[in-house]
Design a protein around this ligand. Sequence first.
Ligand code: NAD
Length: 253
Amino acid sequence: MSSDTIEAAVDLVRGSDDVVGFTGAGASTESGIPDFRSPGGLWDRYDPSDFTIQALRRDPVAYWEKRLEMRENQEFDWNAVEPNPSHEALAALEAAGVLSTLITQNVDGLHQAAGSENVLELHGSRRAAKCLHCERRLPLETLDRKLTEEPLPPRCDDCDGLLKRATVSFGEALPRDVLMAAKRAATECDCFLTVGSSLTVEPAASMPRIASRNGASLVVVNLEPTGIDDRADVVIHAKAGETLSELADGVLG
Ligand code: NAD
């Protein structure tokens, strides 16, 4: 029988030696970045198959035209987003030595902006760009400049390969070293805290199951029910910012 109180979550975290955090898009919605799957989200308005790695390779000009159209219609400014209380609470728990690792599906860099250091970005980062051919990483500004000043698609100056953001697209493999490190952290921890994820995107969604299978207690903070709720020790269906602030205050206070 699971609990739904912050006090129960505080007790679990306090009684654990190795707490691992795991975040999804819901950790950043209070910073103004919409998640993808809530009603009215991105995938209600666009077809995910237009943004796969295969779509980029098949017709790079069409891919970039759709991407730029999406960016034009976006109702928020990526450059103006800032960390919210959930990012700050997770950074405070790490700084205090409570949280060992933060696994994130987010690509927005807000955990690092809040001060988190041991962050495993399973789906890459939108704060950099990469060449699909020579795998060189380059600053986002270089990609943005090419998108405005050169004909589509943007190409690598070194090898003429296709450029894209350094995020993991549908159909693209996750960075192996990051995935291995995340699985190791999930296996070795004794408390796993999942925040703001629908837990529908694999293999990221398996992380709480891996932790639970290996004996860790499970805390779920999400606005809506998730597929792991029935296995969790504490399930809190509430906003992440307020909930994590209270959790950090209770653990550290
Ligand atoms: P998702 O969109 O599938 O699910 C988000 C979940 O967060 C939902 O279940 C929703 O109920 C919950 N939620 C929304 N606001 C919340 C809040 N304030 N407090 C608590 N819960 C809240 O997101 P996902 O599971 O991360 O998977 C989406 C994929 O899209 C990921 O691969 C991720 O890389 C990408 N993505 C990233 C960002 C970002 O970097 N900020 C934003 C959107 C999507």
